[in-house]
Design a protein around this ligand. Structure first.
Ligand code: AMP
Length: 405
């Protein structure tokens, strides 16, 4: 069956078409077609390619409200030359959506119904940037592919197994009763990486303690024991945890109180600072992209060097925290844009993890092409670089959920 996946981010909208059997294997299949929309202020870029290497690229100036029509235009490239891959929308069997936040009640992959849409909308109050984009994707897909089943897959779902000591904030207990708790994110890819790591090492997932480091625009670590998440660095929202492109991760909440009192900072100003002007961008002043930060650091830009050092320091302390939650570690996985591509980040991070028994082979690290192991044969911990497979994982969930329909 042909399965279309929509992966809506705050400033990107990715989409991919897969062909999967009703009982898909654990081996990721390459997409038949891929599209990506990216927004930077008023500038929009659209890139589409199909399996035959045919491409379509466009740039435009758009208003934010045009996002829906841009998404519809991108999806029409599925049946328009030069990237035509299907005759028309009727060939698509199911549409799968990555929904970032499932809140307290939504964690299993679920067929989208009006009630599910309502529940996703209610959680938007917690994750406004991401869940609204996910809902827009659902609405466009309903218009373009009427009567086709749609499936919501939640990034928070994998972390529902976290024990209460990891999930509950030590504020007043009423917070927890109101749903203010640690949820964790990137679960779709963390779960995939744990199974992929086990297969690469020739072990059962059930026998391994794994730390998965998802390092992309957003970054989070997960402590995975016997295939189940027992701790993670992101929390109630994707703001908590290690340093990211434009988000700082762990900061003292007292800073926010201080800014409110001293500068009369509004909620929107704090939201903007925390979500868009912190992290690599906030410290370096150069860019949120690790490649730009590394290039500037290489030219002795002091703030870019500091941004890199904080990024690595936070990663090291985060990995140590995850190792403590697991009571040991068999494998560390680097995944997503930075994790897969930056030998510098992996080298600097692992350099201080010798106390855990981590030892990487510098030759393998600098040439690493995922999926590959980069630790030495003497290392007590396997270190792996694994290609993130969020979209394929969503497609597989769609195939599993709809095979009996
Ligand atoms: P993702 O969210 O997984 O698409 O990751 C996007 C991020 O990956 C970008 O913002 C970059 O910071 C990072 N990235 C991609 N390629 C490289 C590279 N070769 N070296 C360092 N960082 C990279």
């Amino acid at each position: 069956m042909k399965i279309l996946v929509l992966n809506s981010g705050s400033s990107t909208q990715k989409s991919a078409l897969f062909e999967l059997g009703s009982d898909p294997s654990d081996q990721p299949a390459p997409p038949l077609w891929e599209g990506k929309l990216e927004w930077d202020g008023d500038k929009e870029t659209l890139a589409v390619k199909n399996a035959n290497g045919k491409k379509f690229n466009a740039e435009a100036v758009v208003q934010p409200k045009d996002r829906r029509s841009s998404l519809a235009k991108m999806l029409q490239k599925l049946w328009q030359p030069p990237t035509q891959t299907i005759r028309d929308g009727s060939e698509i069997a199911v549409i799968g959506h990555r929904i970032v936040h499932g809140g307290p009640n939504l964690y299993q992959p679920t067929i989208v119904t009006p009630e599910v849409k309502q529940a996703i909308a209610e959680v938007s109050a917690i994750a406004p940037l991401h869940n609204k984009a996910g809902l827009q994707g659902i609405e466009i897909a309903e218009k373009l592919f009427p009567r086709k089943p749609q499936v919501a897959v939640f990034d928070t779902g994998f972390h529902r197994t976290m024990p209460p000591c990891a999930a509950v904030y030590p504020g007043p207990y009423e917070w927890f009763e109101r749903g203010i708790r640690r949820y964790g994110f990137h679960g779709i890819n963390h779960e995939y990486c744990a199974h992929r790591a086990a297969r690469m090492l020739g072990h059962e997932t059930s026998s391994l303690k794994i730390i998965s480091c998802h390092l992309g625009n957003g970054c989070s670590l997960a402590a995975i024991d016997a295939g189940k998440s027992v701790d993670t660095t992101m929390g109630f929202t994707p703001l908590e945890g290690v340093m990211m492109g434009t988000r700082g991760g762990w900061v003292d909440p007292g800073i926010l109180l201080h800014l409110m009192r001293a500068d009369h900072a509004s909620v929107d100003q704090l939201d903007d600072v925390l979500n868009r002007h912190s992290g690599l961008l906030g410290i370096s002043g150069v860019s949120s992209d690790m490649r730009d930060v590394l290039e500037a650091a290489g030219k002795n830009n002091e703030r870019a060097k500091l941004a890199f050092d904080i990024f690595v320091h936070r990663l090291q302390t985060g990995i140590a925290a995850m190792a403590a939650s697991l009571g040991g570690v068999d494998a560390i996985v680097f995944t997503a844009g930075i994790g897969e591509n930056s030998a510098e980040v992996r080298r600097a991070t692992c350099a201080r993890l010798g106390f855990l028994g981590v030892q990487i082979d510098e030759g393998k690290n600098s040439l690493a092409k995922p999926d590959v192991e980069i630790s030495t044969s003497k290392s007590a911990v396997h270190v792996l670089v694994i290609c993130a497979q969020e979209d394929w994982s969503i497609a597989r969930e769609c195939a599993r959920l709809t095979r009996t329909m």
